[in-house]
Structures are given as structure tokens and as C-alpha cells.
Design a protein around this ligand. Structure first.
Ligand SMILES: CC(C)(COP(=O)(O)OP(=O)(O)OC[C@H]1O[C@@H](n2cnc3c(N)ncnc32)[C@H](O)[C@@H]1O)[C@@H](O)C(=O)NCCC(=O)NCCS
Ligand SMILES: Nc1ncnc2c1ncn2[C@@H]1O[C@H](COP(=O)(O)OP(=O)(O)OP(=O)(O)O)[C@@H](O)[C@H]1O
Length: 201
């Protein structure tokens, strides 16, 4: 089985590509979803965060106050480092188990997408890294249309991310979704899938 890490900036078309890969038979795993599972009340991530950040970051019903923690970690790099230090090993362990299960089912490809794949070191588990990109101008317009952001809000979110130049350097394949037609993305995705599976055989 080939394990692919899918990276790319905000509104680059990653979710669209994941849906297309799923149609082709790939097992798709969303790192942000894995994080949410690990942070359910009583789970390991939930317990580790409670111990590290204290009960102030939890709601009355016991759930993690994601908004409050997000506000802290995205405005304080030390706090983000602390959160990453507790979450990344748990996410890695969870993914290892998930990939073993997927492989046992005879799946040809597993694709993992996540906000912090690069920063987490999770890419070490991947055979290939695929970058989904789109021209900055296109991404900015998509963000304004899809999320209702102002021009400044869209720029701020794009600027806060790891640079595409770094991702380009580590990518083994690149899918460009700048074209307004999702069909153009679909054709590139089919080619990447076919080529990667053929290479893995
Ligand atoms: C801070 C938390 C609680 C915020 O939760 P919330 O539901 O409000 O937001 P969500 O998870 O949807 O993330 C919102 C956006 O933040 C960014 N983001 C999330 N985690 C990180 C991170 N560790 N580093 C940089 N950016 C991140 C992404 O751009 C994402 O789209 C949550 O994101 C978290 O626990 N993150 C740390 C774990 C992690 O790195 N997960 C990604 C694994 S690949
Ligand atoms: N050729 C194309 N390929 C992919 N997406 C496209 C294309 N043309 C327009 N879009 C649109 O771009 C928007 C962003 O795509 P998508 O949600 O897949 O991005 P993303 O990288 O997952 O974003 P985020 O990081 O914010 O989750 C969607 O509304 C999608 O329909």
C-alpha cells in the first residue's frame, strides 16, 4: 500500500482532491478529524490537554473549549508548541493503527490530510507527499466567496501559513487546481493515482 501525505495552503482544493481520491478507491484520513476524536471527553488527547492547560479550557459539560484553546495557541507560539508536543505523538500513534487496519483490507492507497502534517513530522510516515496548489489570487477569491472573508481577512489567513515554496520542495507530485473547472483537477488526480500505484508495484 502507498501512503500519501496531502499538503497545501488554505482553499488550495485539498478537500476536493480528497473526495476525488476516495472515488478512485483510496482510503482517506483527515488529521483534523483524528484530532477531534482524540479530544473527546475521557480520550487521551482530552486528558493530556486538561493536565497541561488546566480546567479553564473546558466547558461545563466537560468538553474541550476548542475556541478558547484556539485563541490561546494561535496567538502564543509557546502555547502552540506545548499543545503540539502533547497532541503530535498521540496523532502519530492513532494514524499508525489506522494505516495498519487499512492495509489489512488490501487497499492500494491511503491518503492523509492535515493542517500540520509538515510541522508534526507525520510526513516521515508517508511514501509520497502531494501538494495541492492554486494561484494566490485564486485562493484569495475562493476564500472570500466560500467563507465570506473580507480581502484583508483572506490575506491574513493565507499569510499565517507555511510558505508554498517549502511545500514545493518536499512534494513528490503537484496538483494545480487554479483552473475553475474541477474536471481539470480530476484529470490530474487520476494521473497521480495511476502513476503512484504503478510505481509502487
Ligand atoms: C487548537 C485546536 C483545539 C482548535 O480546534 P478548532 O476546532 O477550533 O479548529 P480546527 O482543528 O478545525 O483548526 C482550525 C485551523 O487551525 C489550523 N491548525 C490546527 N492545528 C494546527 C497546528 N498544530 N499548527 C498550525 N495550524 C493548525 C489549521 O489551519 C486549521 O484549519 C485544534 O486545532 C488542535 O488541537 N490542534 C492541534 C493538533 C493538530 O495539530 N492537529 C492537526 C493534525 S495534522
Ligand atoms: N479546479 C478546482 N479544484 C478544486 N477546487 C476548486 C476548483 N475550482 C473551484 N474550487 C473551489 O475552491 C474551494 C476550495 O476548495 P477546498 O475546500 O477543496 O480547499 P481546501 O484546500 O480543502 O481548503 P481548506 O484548507 O480551507 O480546508 C471550494 O469551494 C471548491 O469548490
Amino acid at each position: 500500500m502507498i501512503v500519501v501525505g496531502l499538503v497545501g495552503g488554505i482553499a488550495a482544493g485539498k478537500s476536493t482532491v480528497m473526495q476525488q481520491l476516495s472515488k478512485l478507491g483510496a482510503a482517506v484520513i483527515d488529521g483534523d478529524q483524528v484530532t477531534r476524536v482524540l479530544q473527546r471527553p475521557g480520550e487521551l488527547g482530552w486528558a493530556a490537554i486538561r493536565q497541561t492547560f488546566g480546567p479553564d479550557y473546558f466547558l461545563e459539560n466537560g468538553e474541550l473549549d476548542r475556541g478558547k484553546l484556539a485563541q490561546l495557541v494561535f496567538s502564543d507560539s509557546k502555547a502552540l508548541k506545548k499543545l503540539n508536543a502533547v497532541m503530535f505523538p498521540l496523532i502519530t500513534e492513532f494514524l499508525e493503527r489506522e494505516l495498519t487496519e487499512v492495509m489489512a483490507r488490501g487497499t492500494e492507497m491511503a491518503v492523509v490530510e492535515g493542517a500540520a502534517l509538515y510541522e508534526s513530522g507525520l510526513l516521515d510516515m508517508m511514501d509520497e507527499v502531494w501538494l495541492v496548489r492554486a494561484d494566490p489570487e485564486v485562493r484569495r477569491k475562493r476564500l472570500m466567496a466560500r467563507n465570506g472573508y473580507s480581502d484583508a481577512e483572506a490575506r491574513m489567513r493565507m499569510d499565517a501559513q507555511i510558505s508554498e515554496a517549502i511545500l514545493e520542495r518536499i512534494a513528490t507530485r503537484i496538483i494545480d487546481s487554479s483552473d475553475a473547472s474541477e474536471n481539470s483537477t480530476w484529470e490530474q488526480v487520476q494521473k497521480c493515482y495511476r502513476d503512484a500505484v504503478a510505481k509502487g508495484k
